[in-house]
Design a protein around this ligand. Sequence first.
Ligand code: AMP
Length: 385
Amino acid sequence: MIRTIGVIGGGQLGRMFALDAKRMGYDVIALDPQPRSPCGQVADEQIVAQYDDFDAIERLGSRTDVVTYEFENIAIESIRRLEARGYAVSPSSRVLQITQDRIAEKTFARDCGAPVAEFAEVSSAADVRAAGERVGYPAVLKTVSGGYDGKGQWRVADERGAREAVDKVGGARLIFERFVPFELEISVICTRSARGEIVSYPPAENEHDAGILSLSLVPARVSSDVASKAREITERIARALEIVGTFCVEFFVTGGNLLVNEIAPRPHNSGHYTIDATRCSQYEQHVRAICGLPLSPPELMRNAIMVNILGTGTGNTLEGIDQLLKDPSIVLHVYGKRHATNRRKMGHFTMLIDGPVTDDHIARARDARALLRWTRSSDDEGPAP
Ligand code: AMP
């Protein structure tokens, strides 16, 4: 019988998960180094500790019935120790191990029969020539672990550029990947339960700005063949991973074909729309999966555009909300972060749309975002340490 859920990571994904878990009657304990984290604010309690503080993580395990995590850059050792002590953790350390490492992840996807861009592993300048010959240029080099939101990533045109990228990271493992001239990026949010039940939402179409998700729209403007193929590949990955929980597969669409780019073993930014546009959000599906409850049909009730609200670095007070909310189709979510550090994800809004999503809707969503700005108020605590 599950009463209390532990969440490692106190960010916005944890917060939206905790809000659904609380609505469904569960107690939630968050673990995050930052006091009053976005998730900690809505959880019953927060343990303030680093993600590699094994004692604190074990305390979280001992005080909860199941532990989950809201981001993948945590020490795998933490999850392995919890499992070794007999605490329930979802998704498992095996899933985390595969998805934490871009080489393991791409190899896994390829072994599932999912197409991926050509890739090779490099960790020294000596590896670059062979990788270039195998994969070709232009290429994208990314750190194998620890990168997010476009950090730890270099687009290179030739061997010289690739060597420079390798020098920058000083011996760290990199994935050397063929640059994909994609037409679109899409993602599929999927949940698998312990009983093996699987649901996947219609693909979202994603627009990035300098590596950070800027806008998602659903359903993605792809053929029904591409949409069902993306869902089929995602569900195949779910089965092969034996994942319990909500996760996301990101794809490039190029020439009508799909290439898997990334697997995120947790609810995903491109699935925020599910809160307002579907009957059961990606977060509720995650609660259901890790608590052994039946999953819910992933039906889209309305079409939607989700727009991320990023920080500008000038303050902690969001202005323009009064103008924004004059549009009745907009639902606002703000994450309670104390300081709007430059380009930090501070909130999002979802614009609900009847009928097909058009370029006019996208322009309206962009205009709506332009109404918002961060300003400094007298109680601004300054940047997080
Ligand atoms: P990632 O961290 O792998 O999700 O990469 C962040 C973003 O960089 C992606 O959403 C793409 O827009 C871009 N990107 C990553 N890998 C490639 C690639 N092989 N070819 C083209 N663009 C890429």
